[in-house]
Design a protein around this ligand. Structure first.
Ligand code: PMP
Length: 307
């Protein structure tokens, strides 16, 4: 992956090579950090780069900060301004992925969250697809369990918690799958390794609730609204049994990186007729238009980078 030219680091935009931390940094040793993932979409007709829902992403990041006892003067608006400046410095004219990272910057030994120096860094790289098989993903049910809210809160997007996702993803890929679904300790499905999950049963769109050890996904929220308003679907947030995904009509994953990824097989069992279904196909189309600023009704979600 190509490295960024710049990064926001210790309060200013600097050449990427200067954005360095010491090996003793608390976050590196203990995972005491949290991050976000925001996409910028290039609209070729308008020659404009649109950041998708940055205020919502930064609102979530600042909530993650609270979970880790971090203090920042920043607001979603001030952080969005920094991202705009950074993308302009990169002269970004293609689809981009923006990574804000908040971390415990002290170089010290000792495990805790409070009374520490908190820093924020942001960088951006060109980015295409995350799940390469995004119209025909084959997934497995992971043997790993999802972290519980009383262990490390999944809603926090906390760096250390992503060891859980990494273990899940590696085993899925090595077993020949594109992704994995992860069960909670109570046996219900929480989400993918880095995506929320939706299933269609008898025309109803169903997704696990925010109290089901999931990340409160911005794409999840977007897709719920689009399904209701554009497709007129009923959307129900409730726990999903493992075997429901074997017999459902459609299954798809959502995420900033994964966008809307259709799942067509779970553990080699075909979902529906084993091809992407109509709800996933339609939501993919609408989502793609919405993120590029092509649908007037949702334009307040698109923040332009260039004046
Ligand atoms: N769940 C997990 C565990 C994730 O890492 C992500 C990616 N950020 C998501 C869900 C999707 O969240 P969002 O739509 O906000 O990117």
């Amino acid at each position: 992956m190509a490295l960024p030219k710049f990064a926001y680091f210790e309060g200013k935009i600097v050449p990427y090579a200067e954005a360095k931390i010491g090996v003793m940094t608390h976050a590196l040793n203990y995972g005491t950090a949290a991050f976000g993932g925001v996409r910028g979409y290039w609209n070729a007709e308008e020659e404009q780069l649109y950041i998708f829902r940055p205020y919502d992403h930064f609102k979530r990041l600042l909530r993650s900060a609270r979970l880790l006892c971090m203090e920042f003067d920043h607001t979603p608006e001030s952080l969005t301004e920094i991202v705009k400046e950074l993308l302009r410095a990169e002269n970004a004219r293609e689809d981009m992925y923006v990574r804000p990272l908040i971390y415990k910057a002290d170089e010290m030994i000792g495990v805790k969250c409070h009374d520490m120096t908190d820093e924020i860094t942001i960088f951006a790289v060109p980015f295409g697809r995350y799940v390469s098989n995004d119209t025909n993903a084959h997934v497995t049910i992971s043997g790993w369990r999802r972290i519980d809210d009383n262990t490390i809160p999944a809603r926090g997007k906390i760096s250390g918690a992503y060891v859980n996702s990494a273990l899940i993803k590696t085993d899925a890929l090595r077993a020949g799958f594109d992704e994995a679904l992860v069960l909670n300790d109570d046996g219900h499905i929480s989400e993918g390794s880095a995506e929320n999950i939706f299933m269609v049963r008898d025309g109803v769109l169903i997704t696990p609730p925010v109290y089901g050890n999931i990340l409160e996904g911005i794409t999840r929220r977007t897709v719920i609204q689009l399904a209701k308003e554009e497709l007129g679907l009923e959307v129900v947030e409730r726990p999903i049994d493992r075997t429901e995904v074997y017999i459902c009509d459609e299954l798809f994953l959502t995420g900033t990186a994964a966008q809307v990824t259709a799942v067509t097989h779970v553990d080699h069992r075909p979902i529906g007729n084993g091809e992407m279904g109509p709800v996933a196909a339609r939501l993919r189309e609408i989502y793609n238009d919405v993120v590029r600023g092509k649908i007037a009704k949702y334009r307040e979600w698109n923040v332009p980078v260039y004046d």
